[in-house]
Design a protein around this ligand. Structure first.
Ligand SMILES: Nc1ncnc2c1ncn2[C@@H]1O[C@H](COP(=O)(O)OP(=O)(O)OP(=O)(O)O)[C@@H](O)[C@H]1O
Length: 252
């Protein structure tokens, strides 16, 4: 692995770049959504990505996963180039990005109503190693989402919205990944369920992996993640705060 490492003080393990995005532009058809964007995420970090509806948070995640209509610029995942210029083929290289360590937990709940909670979690352990370790991985997911313990044999169609969200996030966490991109985990949930899903994400032990959480509501992230980046009209605006969210609203 040739990912750049940063010496940590006091003998703590050095943190290294999990993701290094340089000059990334991406969009759909003639539309450019992401504009020459740079973004670095280090191992062990939980990063919040805030911005209003339609400013390109999901598109950034899709571009990293190779799922946008076109893209150009560099995306290095664990030191390996997974980006470059691509057009007319969303998804054609996504399996390579996933093999390199990406887990994308998309907006909404991509679930099959007839499958049980346990079957969904198993489906997230799709690499041979994750499959071998699926029992321990499931235990870790159930420690993060305890309400799922007694629902393992229940078809997800019978679950509440909050429980379904736990299943879709839990399935993503079953993957053998070093970068977890979580897109608006609280979207569509009642405030209490949204907060508890967010608290669960904060309790995930990242080890040397990293997590980026896209969210419209900066209050759900402030003081809980390692840093917050603002996204505005397809560009990142540096460290963000409630003040930035307010300013972004006024600019619209
Ligand atoms: N598959 C697509 N095809 C064409 N345009 C798209 C597609 N997905 C998103 N867009 C457009 O790209 C722009 C950015 O949308 P995106 O979903 O990335 O924003 P977001 O910040 O994640 O907001 P949201 O909360 O709605 O997900 C919007 O103008 C949107 O309409």
């Amino acid at each position: 692995m040739d990912a750049a490492a940063i010496a940590a003080p006091g003998g703590a393990p050095a943190k290294h770049e999990i993701l290094n995005v340089k000059g990334l532009s991406a969009g759909y058809g003639p539309m450019r959504v992401i504009h020459a964007l740079d973004f670095i995420v280090y191992s062990g970090e939980r990063v919040g990505l805030v911005g209003l509806n339609g400013h390109g948070k999901s598109t950034l995640f899709y571009a990293i996963a190779g799922l946008t209509g076109w893209q150009r610029g560099s995306i290095r995942l664990n030191g390996v180039e997974v980006g470059r210029t691509r057009s007319q083929g969303p998804g054609r290289f996504t399996h390579l990005v996933v093999r390199q360590g990406l887990a994308l937990i998309p907006q909404g709940d991509e679930i099959f109503h007839g499958l049980t909670v346990g079957e969904h979690l198993d489906s997230g352990a799709f690499t041979p190693r994750a499959w071998r370790e699926r029992k321990q991985r499931k235990e870790r997911v159930l420690a993060i989402f305890p309400p799922l313990v007694k629902l393992m044999d229940t078809p997800v169609g019978r679950l509440s919205g909050g429980e379904r969200r736990m299943v879709s996030i839990g399935r993503g966490l079953m993957a053998e990944a070093s970068l977890f991109l979580v897109d608006e985990p609280s979207l569509g949930l009642a405030p209490k369920a949204g907060k508890s899903v967010m608290a669960a994400l904060m309790s995930v032990e990242l080890g040397s992996s990293a997590m980026v959480i896209a969210e419209q509501n900066v209050a759900l992230l402030e003081g809980k993640v390692d840093r917050i980046i603002g996204m505005h009209v397809g560009k990142l605006k540096g460290e963000a705060s409630a003040a930035l969210a307010f300013q972004t609203r006024r600019e619209l």
